[in-house]
Structures are given as C-alpha cells and as structure tokens.
Ligand binder design. Structure first.
Ligand SMILES: [Zn+2]
Length: 140
C-alpha cells in the first residue's frame, strides 16, 4: 500500500549572530528538534512556519532569512492520521531575539542552546542543519 504524505514546515531558529539556536522538546517525541508542524490546506509554507512558531514558542518578532535550507523526509507515525505517513518537511532559517519571552505549549519545552552545547537526545541528523543555519547568520 503506498504511503500517503503530509507537508510540514519547520523553523531552524537562530540568534542574530548565529551562536545560539532555539529547540523544542515535544513530549510525544522525547527529543530536541526544530519547531515545526503541518502546513494548512490554504497556507503558504512561510505563513505556516510563522504560525507554528507563534503557537509553539510565543515568538512573533521573527524574520525568515532562508526559506529553503533543506527538505527532509521520513516515514513516521502521525497523530493526524491512522498509521504511518511520509512527512515532507521544509526547513526554514528564522532569526529571533533570545531576549523575547518564550511561552511553550503545555508539556513541551522550548529553550535556547549554544551551538557547541546542543541538548541530548537530539532529532537524528538535525545537527548539520542547525550548523548550516547558524552559518547563514555568521556570514551576514
Ligand atoms: Zn502528519
């Protein structure tokens, strides 16, 4: 049976000098990773990433600096479907200010980390994307 697909958008959130990244720990996943979520039917990818970020962190003063750093795919169990679904996730680089207050969703954790002190466990493979996102800022 072919696997159906869901479109997602995720934010690799960095500070303005690219030395810190914002990560989220979803209790259902139990690992630290980028803030992301499903794209709504009528939504653009950029609108989705800004909405998901506001919902999951409270951050609204953000700037998208790189719309398509990467697209990653994985077949995972999805709460929005019965069974496993292919998640096609567009990764954006977004700049935010670490001084802005964070308001994570109940049960979730959101925090800033130094690039050289990433938390454990981390979503597999995301470290290279975080370092690439940080380079985007360090070279501006
Ligand atoms: Zn899904």
């Amino acid at each position: 049976m072919p696997t159906s697909s869901h479109l997602l958008a995720s934010a690799l959130v960095v500070d303005s000098d690219g030395s810190r990244v914002l990560l989220c720990r979803d209790p259902r996943v139990g690992r630290w990773g980028p803030v992301g979520g499903h794209v709504g039917g009528a939504e653009t990818l950029t609108a989705a990433v800004q909405r998901v970020l506001a919902e999951a962190t409270g951050l609204t003063r953000v700037r998208v600096v790189e719309p398509h750093l990467a697209v990653v795919q994985d077949v995972v169990p999805c709460p929005a479907a019965a069974g496993s679904v292919r998640h096609v996730d567009h990764l954006f680089v977004v700049v935010a200010d670490p001084a802005d207050p964070l308001t994570p969703e109940p049960g979730a954790a959101v925090a800033w980390f130094g690039l050289d002190a990433l938390p454990d466990p981390l979503v597999p493979g995301i470290g290279m994307h975080l370092r690439a996102a940080a380079r985007t800022m360090a070279t501006q």
